[in-house]
Design a protein around this ligand. Structure first.
Ligand code: AMP
Length: 128
């Protein structure tokens, strides 16, 4: 089933300027802003401006220009945060939740960039 984009989701409202955001970086096709409920000392969300629900949706349907812009924006934010291991930073984690199993709360693609403390194992141990 193709993705249906809900334009009433909170990030769509942020993109339309209907609710406030704490902007880190804005480009032609992307927006980076601080997470309202940070899970690490530094926690930034990067979203495309286009109506994409998940990473796979974006990766398969976005234009080359959008994909390049979005990928470069994630890199630029890592640089601004000073977390690049190759530049003496202590590292970071990127993650993007998609769908029910991953507990995606907002149905607009977002990559989390988390940094500023040891981030522990990639996933919680399985409960089954
Ligand atoms: P996810 O569970 O991957 O969909 O993550 C959604 C993220 O959006 C959470 O980390 C929330 O804290 C964050 N969030 C929700 N509303 C806002 C908002 N108005 N401004 C910034 N971050 C938000």
């Amino acid at each position: 089933m193709p993705y249906a984009y809900d334009d009433q989701n909170i990030f769509a409202k942020i993109l339309r300027g209907e609710i406030p955001k704490d902007t880190v970086l804005e480009t032609e096709h992307s927006l980076a802003f601080r997470d309202i409920n940070p899970q690490a000392p530094a926690h930034v969300l990067v979203i495309p401006k286009g109506p994409y629900v998940t990473f796979d949706h974006f990766a398969l349907e976005a234009s080359v220009e959008e994909i390049v812009d979005y990928t470069r924006t994630i890199g630029a934010v890592c640089k601004m945060m000073g977390v690049q291991p190759g530049e003496g930073g202590a590292g970071y984690r990127t993650l993007s939740n998609a769908g029910d199993d991953a507990v995606q709360e907002v149905p607009h693609l977002h990559v989390h960039i988390l940094a500023g403390r040891p981030l522990g194992p990639m996933l919680l141990p399985a409960r089954n």
